[in-house]
Ligand binder design. Structure first.
Ligand SMILES: *[C@@H]1O[C@H](CO)[C@@H](O)[C@H](O)[C@H]1NC(C)=O
Ligand SMILES: *[C@@H]1O[C@H](CO)[C@@H](O)[C@H](O)[C@H]1NC(C)=O
Length: 268
């Protein structure tokens, strides 16, 4: 292969130059088919390359997507199923606890010290074999967090402070807020500010594993039209997943096709 062809090959191989599609799908199997049917509606949309379901297994996720297993919360003991999920061929990246910083019913609600101990037990053994994400935290939470009256940035600082020897390849964050700011701007400016801030503070590549703006479908599409090109052009943003592959979100109300929002997410 001549040098020119080698260069050409590098430019054409998305993984080789970091241009692999960053866009992903958050889904679950809570639907009449009991599988990844909603995520699979994105098959063939080349801007979507990966998916996760807040856990494992993938429930028949189409093989055109990279499945990223998540250890949602703190196991009560040895967890051979998690080990098997991480060691499943094709696993390249893994995600840890989901919203451990928050204390509402469906959060994993873990104090920083225990979350760090959990990472050393259940994530660290896989360092170097797969890429490890930090816990998915609600970065724009300025209220209290699990363990105390401190915000999510502080929860994360405590987590990192306790996680001595933890190897992290990227940081995972969430963001939820209105589509339009009080002064009438597209809320993408807030979102972009928070993503930039997470990178500045944490110094790791960023995955936004959940984000959503609250507003009408048209307002959400306007938000995505501003936010997605921005995300795609930030070198430190590796991946993101807009919430989520559910009817009346990225899927239509009948659960049979992408909604207008989903079509926009797949094509912008
Ligand atoms: C460890 O986490 C606890 C809260 O769980 C916190 O009070 C403490 O300051 C943290 N330690 C470090 C070194 O960050
Ligand atoms: C993060 O988002 C909040 C809205 O939840 C906003 O008030 C704040 O200004 C944003 N932060 C940055 C650094 O842009």
């Amino acid at each position: 292969m001549t040098y020119t062809y080698l260069l050409l090959a590098i430019f054409l191989l998305p993984e080789a130059n970091g241009l692999a599609a960053k866009r992903g799908i958050a889904y679950n199997n809570n639907n009449p088919s009991g599988n990844a049917v909603y995520a699979n509606l994105f098959k063939g949309h080349t801007k979507v390359s990966w998916a996760y379901d807040w856990g494992y297994p993938s429930w028949n996720l189409d093989s055109s997507f990279e499945f990223v297993p998540m250890l949602w919360g703190l196991p009560s003991g040895a967890d051979p199923d998690w080990t098997a999920a991480v060691q499943t061929p094709g696993t390249v990246n893994i995600l840890g606890f989901n919203e451990p910083d928050l204390t509402y019913d469906a959060s994993s609600n873990i104090i920083p010290e225990k979350a760090a101990a959990g990472y050393l037990t259940y994530m660290q053994p896989f360092a170097g074999t797969v890429r490890i994400g930090s816990p998915s935290v609600l970065w724009n939470n300025v209220g209290s967090s699990s363990g105390g009256s401190y915000n999510t940035a502080t929860w994360t600082e405590y987590f990192l402070g306790n996680c001595t020897g933890c190897h992290l390849d990227f940081a995972a964050i969430h963001y939820y807020q209105d589509c339009v700011t009080p002064d009438g701007q597209n809320g993408a400016v807030w979102f972009e500010g928070n993503v930039t801030n997470a990178h500045d503070v944490l110094g790791l590549p960023i995955w936004i594993t959940e984000f959503e703006c609250y507003g009408s479908e048209q307002q959400q599409i306007a938000f995505l039209e501003q936010a997605l090109p921005w995300l795609d052009s930030q070198g430190y943003v590796e991946r993101y997943a807009y919430f989520g592959a559910f009817p009346q979100y990225l899927i239509n109300a009948d659960g049979t096709a992408l909604s207008d929002l989903g079509s926009s997410y797949a094509s912008i």
